[in-house]
Design a binder for this molecule. Structure first.
Ligand code: VAH
Length: 313
């Protein structure tokens, strides 16, 4: 392939799984992993240290490597977004706007993740439709709705080929739990594997849409492989796999960690979770560009426990 791929936020939860998948798909010399404060020492491809808010730094990288595609993953999540709304707006919205403007300037194809956090308490919570009310009650969600509108505008106004999916909670084992709400799942996994009692910050009845990271990565690469005419939604596609309650997650984990101990102490994150859907209708992604998930709860918990145990040996 002539043009190279730039991944911003390459060392976060999604990036640390997407970059190796892109190496496999396109060859590691065609992928540039951009990070800032969390660049991992064991990265084995092209790495650039830059702040995604610094538009000129990103511009220099685009020129230096003749970039043709950007996966823009940099984002602060729901919990930190409530602790520092101003920084979250700056990174999540101004950072995205910079990338979209550079996309127009250099004729790039852009991927940007929205989230189920774009929905709010007035959105239908069961089988949430693609077109629906978007009144989020978190700054993270506000930045996602704004981002979706920016993407739609840049496609309409400048014909920018920007594509997006609304990720549900992502289940992965490689990186410790980040400052999100759905990360109670990963915190329970890590505590269980390391023999610690887990305090779950949501109630056991809390149901949320979730997805194994390999499914999320497949969707992220597949949507970019689709022809432009197949992408009929330029805000962001609903994307779903499975939904479960925190209690069901505990039960599935315990099949692999018999001595798992969990106590439920809902905190301020319960209010965030209660504002999000329980299940999502992603039929448009399935119709337009052939999305389908592969991993169910049993397979996910077995894989995550096995892999984390191996990694910690
Ligand atoms: C969070 N994991 O909990 C993220 C995600 C849908 C939630 O965006 O903030």
């Amino acid at each position: 392939m002539s043009k190279k791929i730039l991944v911003t936020g390459a060392f976060g939860q999604i990036g640390s799984e997407l970059v190796p998948a892109l190496y496999k798909e396109y060859g590691k010399d065609n992928v540039v992993a951009m990070g800032h404060s969390n660049i991992s020492s064991d990265s084995y491809g092209i790495v650039e240290k830059a702040d995604a808010k610094d538009k000129d730094a990103v511009l220099q990288i685009i020129k230096k490597y003749d970039i043709g595609i950007i996966y823009h993953l940099v984002s602060l999540l729901s919990v930190i977004g409530e602790k520092d709304p101003k920084v979250t707006w700056d990174i999540n919205v101004n950072g995205l706007k910079n990338i979209l403007e550079l996309g127009v300037e250099f004729g790039l194809q852009i991927f940007w993740p929205s989230s189920i956090a774009a929905f709010g308490p007035t959105t239908p919570r069961e089988n949430t439709p693609q077109e629906t009310i978007l009144e989020p009650t978190t700054m993270y969600g506000v930045t996602k709705v704004t981002g979706e509108n920016l993407c739609r505008y840049f496609n309409l106004k400048y014909n920018l080929d920007v594509r997006s999916v609304r990720y549900p909670g992502i289940l992965s084992w490689k990186t410790p739990p980040s400052a999100g709400t759905t990360e109670y799942t990963i915190a329970m996994l890590y505590d269980g594997v390391q023999g610690r009692e887990n305090t779950c910050w949501l109630s056991s009845e809390t149901m949320l849409p979730m997805m194994y990271v390999d499914d999320a990565i497949k969707a992220t690469i597949d949507i970019m492989k689709a022809t432009s005419s197949e992408i009929k939604i330029r805000g962001s596609y609903n994307l779903a796999a499975i939904s479960f309650t925190a209690g069901e997650w505990e039960k599935a984990l315990r099949k692999n960690i018999p001595n798992l101990k969990v106590v439920y102490k809902p905190d301020e994150r319960q209010k965030i979770a209660d504002s999000w859907p329980k299940s999502i209708d992603d039929s448009r992604a399935r119709e337009d560009w052939g999305w389908k998930h592969e991993y169910d709860l049993t397979k996910i918990t077995r894989l995550m426990v096995e892999n984390l145990r191996k990694a910690q040996l």
